[in-house]
Ligand binder design. Structure first.
Ligand SMILES: Cc1cc2nc3c(=O)[nH]c(=O)nc-3n(C[C@H](O)[C@H](O)[C@H](O)COP(=O)(O)O)c2cc1C
Length: 474
């Protein structure tokens, strides 16, 4: 499939973890704009929803639509708890991803992505996309296949160079096995390792008889050179780009050249980081601007620069349908209104090494300092080839001793935050830690637009996705 026609003016940005969930994407797609669900850590979010009792039965309704019923039955048996979780009972975690995991483990990821896209598409004919991070490699193949089984219209990927993804979409449209080169640190020259996924491990030949729709592919870039390379050298069709600037929420591309920090310890961006839109126009594919452009003026300027529209995150992150927990939305909006919020582009917080924008609320830092490190979700673990030929996995936010025992450098651990546990806490799925009688603490991210959000939020308390779309397109 090519991009939806007419092209959407507004892409509601993919926001992990489950901030842009099926409810938000459904609300946006219904209005004819492009609604995006985040696929990041969706398998964990999915099994936690089931353990919390699946209020309203939405997850189970979508599971029942999965074309291989035995897959759903297996997962429900293991994870569904009709009474929900008793207070302070920890969630049961999935086994952490590695290069090779069991077929059953992959099927949870396939099903989770199917469910999210299916629910986002339910009840209307608007376009729905899936956002994944290229760098969080291990779940990506199963995620893409699951979303395609649900008829996802668009796949949007940044945070890395998604050169091999278009070819994967082509293969999965025919239910063929696909692979991605697996980035293991310390591989010998000429050595290559792969991540693989075979649809036959998930659905029967009967299901595989009919081709799937090949979704359009949009790459998120922060340089026109990367867009040009992808347009020419990807292993299949690229349909467009999101051009993201460092004011955007979530992870940002690091500044070009040597890293310089301002007095607040934030990376300093300069002229070289401004994307050359003339070069973007020359490529000849549609593009959307992202980062601090979530306003009617941002849309008009974007269109006059030759963009097809804008991708907006922050405004949607605090609207009624987003997955952010209601108390977090309220706390952040109140702090924005009374000027006590601070937004910092933290070059160290994310174990990925990319700058990450952190919303700092009064009192939060004390909890951060007190948190005992634990690594039990492991999506950001980096694979390392050891001298004796094994592949091990480590994360710079894991317990420091463990990281060093795996050959890591102490300096890498300083200032790191556990994104996996922090981001799941943001959506009301904080893990309980009975041993310390605590819960995981949220780690909220937003774009610089957060500071101008107060106007919308105070004029229309509890504003909805529809308010955002109407506001942008007025
Ligand atoms: C809470 C939040 C989480 C985000 N998570 C992701 C993500 O997982 N993947 C991604 O590609 N972009 C992510 N983004 C970026 C958005 O998709 C979008 O490009 C960006 O928010 C646009 O800038 P704005 O925040 O100024 O509107 C996130 C943004 C926010 C606010």
């Amino acid at each position: 499939m090519t991009l939806p026609s007419p092209l959407p003016r507004v892409i509601q940005g993919g926001m992990g973890v489950a901030v842009s969930d099926w409810r938000l994407a459904n609300a946006v797609a219904r209005l004819g704009q492009l609604g995006i669900v985040s696929g990041s850590m969706l398998d964990t979010v999915f099994v936690r929803r089931l353990q919390d009792g699946d209020a309203g039965g939405h997850v189970r309704r979508a599971v029942a639509a999965f074309p291989a019923p035995e897959v759903g039955e297996e997962v429900l048996r293991r994870y569904f708890n009709s009474h929900g979780r008793a207070a302070s009972t920890p969630y049961k975690n999935l086994p952490m991803y590695k290069q090779r995991v069991s077929d059953a483990r992959q099927r949870v990821t396939v099903l989770a992505n199917f469910v999210e896209v299916w629910l986002a598409k339910e009840g209307h004919a608007g376009p729905v996309g899936l956002n994944l991070l290229t760098k969080v490699q291990m779940p990506n193949l199963a995620s893409l296949y699951g979303a395609m089984l649900a008829g996802v219209d668009v796949v949007i990927m940044g945070a890395g160079i998604p050169r091999e993804i278009p070819g994967v979409l082509d293969a999965f449209a025919e239910h063929l096995p696909a692979q991605l080169k697996f980035d293991i640190e310390g591989l010998q020259r000429g050595e290559a390792e792969y991540l693989t996924f075979d649809p036959s491990s998930c659905v029967s030949p009967h299901v595989r008889q009919r081709s799937l729709k090949r979704p359009a592919f949009i790459a998120v870039v922060s340089a026109s050179s990367l867009a040009a390379t992808l347009a020419r050298k990807a292993n299949g069709r690229v349909d467009g780009f999101v051009v993201e600037s460092p004011t955007a929420g979530g992870h940002n591309a690091p500044p070009r050249g040597e890293l310089q920090l301002n007095a607040r310890g934030e990376p300093v961006y300069g002229e070289r980081d401004v994307v050359d839109l003339a070069k973007m126009r020359e490529i000849g594919l549609p593009f959307w601007l992202a980062g601090g452009v979530g306003s009617p003026a941002g849309l008009t300027t974007g269109l006059s620069e030759g963009a097809a529209g804008i991708q907006v995150g922050t405004l949607f992150a605090y609207c009624r349908e987003s997955g952010l927990a209601a108390d977090i939305k309220a706390r952040v909006l109140a702090a924005v209104a009374d000027g006590t919020v601070s937004l910092r582009t933290d070059p160290r917080a994310s174990p990925t090494g990319y700058p990450f924008k952190v919303v700092e609320l009064p009192g939060d830092i004390d909890h951060v300092v007190a948190r005992r490190r634990i690594c039990d979700l492991g999506y950001l673990r980096v694979p390392i080839r050891t001298a004796d030929g094994r592949t091990i996995y480590r994360c710079s936010a894991e317990p420091v001793d463990a990281y060093i025992a795996k050959g890591g450098d102490f300096a890498d651990t300083i200032g790191r935050r556990c994104l996996c546990n922090g981001l799941t806490a943001n959506i009301g799925q904080a893990q309980s830690r009975p041993e310390t009688n605590t819960e995981e603490i949220p780690l909220v991210t937003s774009g610089d637009d957060l500071l101008s959000l107060a106007a919308l939020a105070s004029t229309i308390p509890g504003y909805t996705a529809e308010h955002v779309v109407r506001y942008l397109c007025q």
